[in-house]
Design a protein around this ligand. Structure first.
Ligand code: GLY
Length: 428
């Protein structure tokens, strides 16, 4: 039996591990995972940054593939640290700028001629200039901390006062632990957003079903930005995807080839469709969360088939088969999320199978911020707690299942959006 090690601790990693388990032909370890992840998944008590421990474990268990969920270990260079021991599905550190430096990613997009919002970049040495620029600008506009800020480093500013306060916090280093000492100020684009996730083997790639993420905390797209409160897929037709391939994906991979370092692993391209054209909002060097939770259950090919084609660099020849229908995911978060999440709430959990995921007919829960208390009960740790995913022949059937599943996992102070997949819009 081949062995897979998933690195990370959230709902995305649970979905990845669940997909790996599905065929019954892979042994699946998760490091460190979370308390919601149940046998046959095997948790390994190693932190994402414990490279020495991970190396020892990979050697001891003779792991065949390492799948990395979050961006931070990738940006720290986990591919470079581990790939001599086992194939790692993550890009080398050299390419992590695509997500870890919004300024460099913007330069990459502009140089490659890929449609993206016009932008101006300021670093901390140009604070006075940045403030002058923001004072004179028209609003709304978008300000992004260039570095990794756990999904919090973006402000859609509606006036100069809030723009300057945010930019000052970024540039002086008082916000985001210095991850904003360079900022990207860009035009605010209006349109439908989509997340395109793909897997690249260094030579070719396979595109997974396109997803629609809901980033704001509250129903009706109100409240602060979050990592994503809900999602559905598929959310685009083939004709749309052909345009994305031609104007975004092919130029992206051509530019990466020219740069000389093959991209291996998952890539997430955040797009917005403006007047018939897709613009790149961001690259992420990983699967999206909560996108992975709906995209992976829709793929009919087994994970080992994907891994096999990835390893022999023939992904461009893989026939991706999709399950019919739709998947809808709703994220539940604790009180206070995203700014000051509170943990400690007890979650009543019915008996679950399939690695702690099966919640009802075609309904799954993927766990994130949970821990076991002394009595073995699950409690929230504060923040994103779980994603419930419903599958169905229609979007509405999938939605109904997701919300019915959510009713089975209450906890005090729970926040979730009630409008996920409610009024889907076409992209063009
Ligand atoms: N859902 C957005 C992200 O994963 O960054």
């Amino acid at each position: 039996m081949e062995k897979v090690l998933v690195i990370g601790r959230g709902a995305r990693e649970h979905a990845l591990a669940h997909k790996a388990l599905a065929s019954g032909r892979l042994e699946v370890f998760v490091a460190p995972g979370n308390a919601g992840m149940q046998p046959p998944l095997q948790r390994v008590p190693l932190e994402e940054k414990d490279i020495a421990g991970l190396r020892q474990f990979i050697r001891k268990e003779k792991i065949h593939y390492v799948l990395v969920g979050p961006e931070l270990p990738i940006a720290r260079g986990i591919y470079d640290d581990l790939h001599d021991l086992a194939p790692v599905l993550a890009p080398p550190q050299k390419l992590s700028f695509l997500e870890a430096s919004k300024a460099k990613a913007k330069h990459f997009l502009q140089t490659a001629g890929i449609p993206t919002a016009e932008a101006v970049i300021f670093d901390y040495t140009r604070q006075v200039e940045a403030e002058r620029y923001l004072q004179a600008a028209s609003y709304p506009l978008v300000i992004k901390a260039s570095g990794l800020a756990a999904g919090k480093g973006v402000l859609i500013a509606t006036n100069a006062e809030e723009a300057i306060a945010f930019a000052r916090g970024c540039l002086t280093g008082s916000l985001f632990q210095g991850a904003g000492q360079t900022i990207v100020v860009e035009r605010f684009l209006v349109g439908e957003e989509r997340s395109v996730l793909l897997l690249s083997d260094g030579k070719g790639y396979v595109i997974l079903p396109v997803a629609r993420d809901y980033k704001r905390l509250l129903s009706g797209d109100q409240g602060p930005n979050t990592g994503g409160m809900g999602v559905y897929a598929p959310a685009a037709d083939t004709q749309w995807l052909d345009i994305v391939k031609e104007t975004v994906l092919e130029p992206t991979f051509a530019a990466l080839r020219r740069a000389g370092t093959p991209y291996v692993g998952f890539l997430y391209v955040g797009l917005i469709w403006v007047e018939g054209e897709p613009y790149v909002l961001e690259y992420n060097i990983r699967l999206g969360d909560p996108e992975a939770q709906v995209v992976l259950p829709l793929v009919a090919n087994s994970l080992e088939e994907l891994l096999y084609y990835w390893r022999i660099q023939k992904l461009s020849e893989l026939k991706l088969r999709l399950k019919p229908g739709y998947a809808v995911g709703v994220v539940a978060a604790t009180a206070g999320y995203p700014d000051a999440p509170k943990g400690g709430a007890l979650i009543e959990v019915p008996p679950l199978a399939e690695g702690g995921t099966l919640l009802g007919e075609q309904t799954y829960v993927y766990w994130a911020g949970v821990e076991a208390d002394e009595g073995g009960k699950l409690r929230t740790t504060g923040g994103r707690t779980y994603t419930v995913v419903g599958l169905g022949d229609t979007l509405e059937a999938a939605r109904q299942r997701a919300y019915a599943g959510l009713e089975k996992l209450p906890f005090e102070g729970r926040q979730y959006r009630e409008d996920i997949a409610l009024n889907p819009q076409n992209v063009a």
